[in-house]
Structure formats: structure tokens, C-alpha cells
Design a protein around this ligand. Structure first.
Ligand SMILES: Nc1ncnc2c1ncn2[C@@H]1O[C@H](COP(=O)(O)OP(=O)(O)OP(=O)(O)O)[C@@H](O)[C@H]1O
Ligand SMILES: CC(=O)N[C@H]1[C@@H]2OC[C@@H](O2)[C@@H](O)[C@@H]1O[C@H](C)C(=O)O
Length: 372
């Protein structure tokens, strides 16, 4: 269904957005009151962790496309987690991202597991979903999509000059913003792209070698030394020279994972942490003008080594988004609530500066309850 029919006028609406991110830790859900252009109010949020079994099944389905073995099971895990989580959260509309299993914008497309139409039926509320496919079909990267929300947040915090939002999730992505532009898709307002792997390779290392979930508080990396040979080989990847916008699949840097396999646990963790940092530093070189601040969101802002290395390497302050009154655990979920309202109003969700698509485009499908 066309989004435009769903919401007329500019009255702010409560929407709930969800994100099941590339770290595979669980599902975040957060409500915001918005007209899709400005944020009026932040609402309640909730988190549902995946169990070890669920995470294992999702992990096993990574890289799989529709119809492949394991994909239906993965989709059911994602939908069940959302049914649990969303029952108690208010919101007239849901922005459902799903779980990215595979992302190949120049080739096979992009694949988020989870059926928004089934969720709309189960929850009795309209669900906006499949946010990335239309952008990819139009020649865009299909990611990142949070930048339109980052732009609204830059206005919300009263930024007067260029700033950067840096998301350190499973994959890293940054958004450079000129908040003096009237809208997110005016030429020059945004430049956004993925920076490289962030927490995903570290999480995988901890899972396979230590049976853990993450390198909590950089405990392991702090005991190790960066392997310069592995790091240089990683940084020679042509991805870093590619002009943005550009996006990544979670496991695009498999060679890095392989290269650290010969290192000790601690040296591997130190090297993967530094690889995430170096990806961001390379990315910062693409900023059209130096930002006044880098506002960090996503779980990596809790990684003390990653944060101190970034802080020591960049000339501007690098601070968690909490320092400007935002919630770094829920920011991406909030983004998909915001994007849902944009879709419902027929507003663009991506543009040349964010996904490289030729013209701003409104992605996302709307499914109403009782209408499959
Ligand atoms: N205290 C901590 N110390 C080190 N790392 C942490 C800490 N807390 C969280 N993390 C890292 O952050 C990850 C979760 O980040 P986040 O929730 O932003 O990822 P995501 O939403 O799945 O990713 P993406 O933005 O790629 O979709 C954890 O899996 C872990 O790697
Ligand atoms: C294909 C896909 O799911 N990409 C994610 C992933 O996780 C971080 C980074 O890679 C970013 O490009 C994107 O997510 C955020 C929410 C985005 O679209 O803005």
C-alpha cells in the first residue's frame, strides 16, 4: 500500500520503531512523537535479548536470501521477539526494521528477515517495513537510513554548525550533518555511509574463542597488542578508498576475521578494536567540513578502549549521545519510528548524500492489520 494514504496533515503521531541489529544481541523498541520532520517527544522503550539458541539460529542464517534453508526459522525468531516486545508499547504505528541477513546492494539486493504484514495482523496496528529494498532497486546502497533522523536530532539539540553522529553497532556508520540546511535531503545537508566493521568481529571472536557475548569494557583487548601487519592488510581494502555513500554487509570483512585467527585472544581483540577505530578515522577524512563534535551512539560507546582511541585521534570532542540528552541504546529504534511516519506521509527516507540514490526516495512498505 502507498504510504501517503495513511497519514494526512502534519499532526505529530506516536510511533514505535524497532531495530534488530547486526550485533545480533536482541531487539530494541522505542516510541517517539513526531511528524516525521521534527521530534516532539521521546517515549518509553524496551529491549528483548535473543537467547543463545535464537542468536545461534540467526547467526547460522547470516548471508542467506529469501527461500534459503534457515531463513523462515530466523524470520519466526525475529517476529516472535517483536510480538513479545511490542504488546506493551504504545504507538499508533510501528516501524519494523527486521534482521538484516544479507546485504549486497550492487548485486543480489538486501534482505531483512521478518514479515511486517504478519506482524501487523498479530499486533492489530499498521506496520511500516522493508525500508531498504526500494532504495536498492533505485540504484542506492539501501543503507544507512538513520541519517534523516540524525538530521532531526541535530536540530533538536540546537546544533549550529556541522556535527557527526557515529553509530558503533555491529557495523559502524557515520552521518555528517550541516544543520543550517532547511531539510535533510537538500543538497549538502547530509553525507552518510558505513565506516567498517565495529563490534561484530569482536563479538564473533568472543563467541568462538571464549564462549562470551562481547569484550565487555574492553577487558580482553586492553591486555593485548595491536598486530600492525594484520591491521595494514585490513586497511589496504579498497572499501576505504571508495567515495561515499557506501555500505557494508555484516561479514564483508571475512579476511580480517581470518587474519586474526593466528593471533592470541588478547592480541586479536586489540587488533579488531583498533580496526574499528581506524575505519572511523578513515571515514572522518570524507567529511565535507570538520565537525564540531562527534556524537557516538550504539553499543561501541560503552567500549572504553574504542572511545579513548577515537578521542585521542580526532581533534574535536568525541562524546556519547547521552551528553546531549539522547539515548544511545535506543537511537536506531527511534530512527525507524521516525522513518515510519515519514513513509506514512510520503516523505523521502534516503537521498544522494545518504545512500547514493539519484534522487530522494521514499522507501518502506505499509501493511495494515487484517489486510495481507
Ligand atoms: N560494556 C561494553 N563493552 C564493550 N562493548 C560493548 C559494551 N556494551 C555493548 N557493547 C558492544 O555493543 C554491541 C551492541 O551494540 P548495538 O546494540 O549498537 O548493536 P546493533 O544495534 O546490533 O548494531 P547495528 O547498529 O550494526 O545494527 C554489543 O554486542 C557489544 O559488542
Ligand atoms: C544493511 C543494514 O542493515 N545496515 C545496517 C548495519 O548496521 C549499521 C550499519 O550497517 C548501517 O548501515 C545499517 O543500520 C543503520 C540503522 C542505518 O540504516 O542507519
Amino acid at each position: 500500500m502507498k504510504g501517503k494514504a495513511l497519514l494526512d496533515g502534519k499532526k505529530p503521531v506516536w510511533a514505535v520503531g524497532t531495530m534488530s541489529g547486526t550485533s545480533l544481541d536482541g531487539v530494541d523498541a522505542a516510541a517517539i512523537l513526531t511528524d516525521g520532520e521534527t521530534v516532539t517527544e521521546f517515549g518509553p522503550s524496551a529491549y528483548r535479548a535473543y537467547s543463545d539458541n535464537e542468536r545461534g539460529a540467526l547467526h547460522a542464517a547470516l548471508g542467506a536470501w529469501q527461500g534459503a534453508p534457515g531463513v523462515d526459522a530466523a524470520a519466526e525468531i525475529v517476529e516472535a521477539a517483536h510480538r513479545d516486545l511490542l504488546l506493551d508499547l504504545p504507538g499508533e504505528m510501528i516501524g519494523f526494521h527486521g534482521q538484516t541477513l544479507a546485504h549486497d546492494p550492487g548485486g543480489l539486493g538486501t534482505h531483512q528477515a521478518g514479515d511486517g504484514a504478519a506482524l501487523a495482523q498479530a499486533l492489530g496496528r499498521p506496520v511500516v517495513w522493508d525500508f531498504r529494498s526500494a532504495d536498492v532497486a533505485a540504484g542506492g546502497q539501501g543503507a544507512p537510513l538513520a541519517p534523516a533522523f540524525h538530521f532531526a536530532l541535530a536540530k533538536w539539540i540546537g546544533a549550529r554548525g556541522p556535527i557527526v553522529f557515529l553509530n558503533l553497532g555491529g557495523v559502524g556508520n557515520l552521518t555528517w550533518i550541516d544543520p543550517t540546511c532547511p531539510g535533510p535531503f537538500e543538497p549538502g545537508a547530509l553525507l552518510a555511509f558505513d565506516t567498517g566493521p565495529a563490534n561484530a568481529p569482536l563479538n564473533d571472536l568472543m563467541r568462538t574463542r571464549r564462549g562470551g557475548e562481547m569484550d565487555k569494557d574492553s577487558a580482553l583487548a586492553l591486555q593485548g597488542m595491536v598486530d600492525d601487519r594484520v591491521l595494514s592488510a585490513y586497511l589496504a581494502n579498497p572499501f576505504f578508498k571508495r567515495v561515499p555513500p557506501k555500505s557494508l554487509d555484516r561479514d564483508d570483512f571475512g579476511a580480517l576475521q581470518e587474519a586474526v585467527s593466528e593471533l592470541s585472544d588478547a592480541n586479536a581483540a586489540a587488533t579488531l578494536t583498533e580496526a574499528a577505530v581506524q575505519g572511523v578515522l578513515r571515514a572522518m577524512d570524507w567529511c565535507p567540513r570538520p565537525p564540531g563534535r562527534v556524537l557516538v551512539t550504539g553499543g561501541g560507546r560503552r567500549n572504553p578502549l574504542m572511545m579513548s582511541r577515537l578521542g585521542a585521534s580526532l581533534v574535536c570532542p568525541v562524546i556519547p549521545v547521552e551528553d546531549v540528552g539522547l539515548d544511545g541504546d535506543m537511537l536506531e529504534a527511534q530512527a525507524f519510528a521516525f522513518l515510519a511516519i515519514r513513509v506514512a506521509r510520503g516523505l523521502p527516507t534516503s537521498g544522494p548524500g545518504t545512500t547514493g540514490v539519484d534522487q530522494p526516495i521514499c522507501g518502506g512498505r505499509v501493511s495494515l492489520p487484517h489486510q495481507r
